[in-house]
Ligand binder design. Structure first.
Ligand SMILES: *Cc1c(COP(=O)(O)O)cnc(C)c1O
Length: 353
C-alpha cells in the first residue's frame, strides 16, 4: 500500500521491454540516433506543431533548463508559492537561469487566480532598475494539489502574462493525468492556450527516466542544445531515452497509463469519502488525493505499513485546516497501483474509523 508518490513505482513493463530491445546493436551517440529522432517526430505529431523537442533524464532538469531558456539572470519567474520549481528543486531554476528570482503567489488548492497574477505583475513594472524584470510565468499542470487548469484558464493566465511581456512555461510532470481528465488535445492545453515551453513529464507515468522539454516557439530554442549539454542532460546513449519515449507514446499507451492511475485515485477517494470523519477538501481530478484523516485512522494505516505523505496544511483554506486530532495527507496512485492495495487500505481505514 504505497501511495507516497507515482515515482515509487518502477517502469511500465512495455516500456522496459522496449528499452531492452533498443539495447542491442550500435547507434550514433548524443541523440543522433533513429530512436531519438522518431521520438521527437512523434511528439511533434502529438502536439500538432513543428515544435522543438529535447529529451532529458529528469523533471527538475526539464523545468530548470526550460526556465533558463525563457528567463534572463535578472528576470522574475512567477509561480504558485507551493510550486515544485519553487520548493522542490534545490534552487535548480535559480541556478540554470544564472540567478533569476522566483516570485511565489498564494492561491487556493495550488492554483494561481487571474487577479493574483495581475496584482503580482503590477508590483514588478518593466524598467524599474532596482527590481528583477518580469520574464516568465510557470504553471504546474496538474498543480501540486492535484487540481487542474482548464484550457480556458490557461489561456486567461497566459494572456495576462503576455500583456506584461511575460512568457509561459508549463510544468507538466503529470501532464498525461491532466490531459485525460480534461479530455482536450495536447495542443489545446499548451500552445493553443499560449504556453511557450512545456516540461513534458513521463517518468511518473511509466518511463524509467525520460522527460521532454518541448519548445513551441522555435526562436526560443536556438541555444537550448548548449544549455542541455552544459547542464549535463545530453545523455550520450540517447537512444535509450528515445526508446522509452517511443514506447510511451505508441498506440496512445501514455493515455491508457494515466487513465489507470486516475481511476485508481477515484476508487480510493470514493472509498475514503464514505468513511465517517474523513474529509476530502477538493475532489481528486488526477491521481493525487488530499484528505484530512482522523489520527486514529492515520495511525492504523501507518502501522499496517502503508506509505503516504503528511502534507501540513498546504493549499487548505483556513476553515478546512486539520484539527488537533486530525492530519492532512497526500495519497498518490500510479499506473501500477493494484486494486487489492486500495481494498486493503480502505479496509484498514474503515475498521479504524
Ligand atoms: C515530480 C515532479 C517534478 C519532477 O521531478 P524530478 O524528481 O526531478 O523528476 C516536477 N514538477 C512536479 C510538479 C512534480 O511533481
Amino acid at each position: 500500500m504505497d501511495f507516497a508518490s507515482d515515482n515509487a513505482s518502477g517502469a511500465d513493463p512495455k516500456i522496459l521491454a522496449a528499452l531492452v530491445a533498443a539495447n542491442s546493436g550500435s547507434f550514433p551517440a548524443y541523440g543522433a540516433d533513429p530512436y531519438t529522432q522518431r521520438a521527437e517526430a512523434m511528439l511533434r505529431d502529438v502536439f500538432e506543431r513543428d515544435c522543438v523537442v529535447f529529451l532529458v533524464a529528469t523533471g527538475t532538469g526539464a523545468n530548470a533548463l526550460a526556465l533558463g531558456a525563457l528567463t534572463p539572470p535578472w528576470g522574475a519567474i512567477f509561480c504558485h508559492e507551493d510550486a515544485h520549481v519553487m520548493d522542490d528543486e534545490c534552487g535548480a531554476p535559480e541556478f540554470f537561469t544564472a540567478g533569476a528570482k522566483m516570485i511565489g503567489m498564494a492561491g487556493h488548492a495550488g492554483k494561481i487566480a487571474p487577479d493574483t497574477l495581475r496584482e503580482t505583475l503590477a508590483a514588478y513594472p518593466r524598467g524599474l532598475v532596482k527590481q528583477v524584470q518580469p520574464a516568465t510565468l510557470s504553471l504546474s499542470q496538474a498543480t501540486e494539489c492535484g487540481t487542474l487548469y482548464t484550457p480556458a484558464e490557461v489561456a486567461e493566465l497566459t494572456a495576462i502574462a503576455r500583456g506584461s511581456g511575460v512568457r509561459t512555461h508549463m510544468d507538466g510532470a503529470r501532464f498525461a493525468n491532466a490531459l485525460v481528465t480534461l479530455g482536450c488535445t495536447p495542443a489545446e492545453l499548451t500552445w493553443k492556450a499560449g504556453v511557450d515551453a512545456l516540461s513534458f513529464g513521463a517518468t511518473k507515468n511509466g518511463t524509467l527516466a525520460c522527460e521532454a522539454v518541448i519548445i513551441f516557439d522555435r526562436a526560443l530554442a536556438d541555444d537550448f542544445a548548449y544549455r542541455r549539454k552544459r547542464g549535463g542532460h545530453l545523455v550520450s546513449k540517447g537512444r535509450l531515452l528515445g526508446a522509452q519515449m517511443i514506447a510511451y507514446l505508441e498506440d496512445a499507451h501514455w493515455l491508457g497509463l494515466a487513465r489507470r492511475a486516475n481511476a485508481s485515485a477515484r476508487r480510493l477517494a470514493e472509498g475514503l469519502a464514505s468513511i465517517p470523519g474523513v474529509r476530502i477538501p477538493w475532489s481528486p481530478q488526477i491521481n493525487e488525493i488530499f484528505a484530512v484523516l482522523p489520527r486514529r485512522i492515520d495511525q492504523a494505516l501507518k502501522s499496517a505499513g502503508s506509505r503516504y505523505y503528511d502534507w501540513g496544511a498546504r493549499g487548505l483554506p483556513e476553515a478546512q485546516k486539520p484539527g488537533a486530532d486530525e492530519i492532512f495527507v497526500r495519497l498518490v496512485t500510479s499506473f501500477a497501483t493494484r486494486d487489492y492495495e486500495i481494498e486493503q487500505f480502505l479496509d484498514i481505514a474503515r475498521r479504524a474509523g
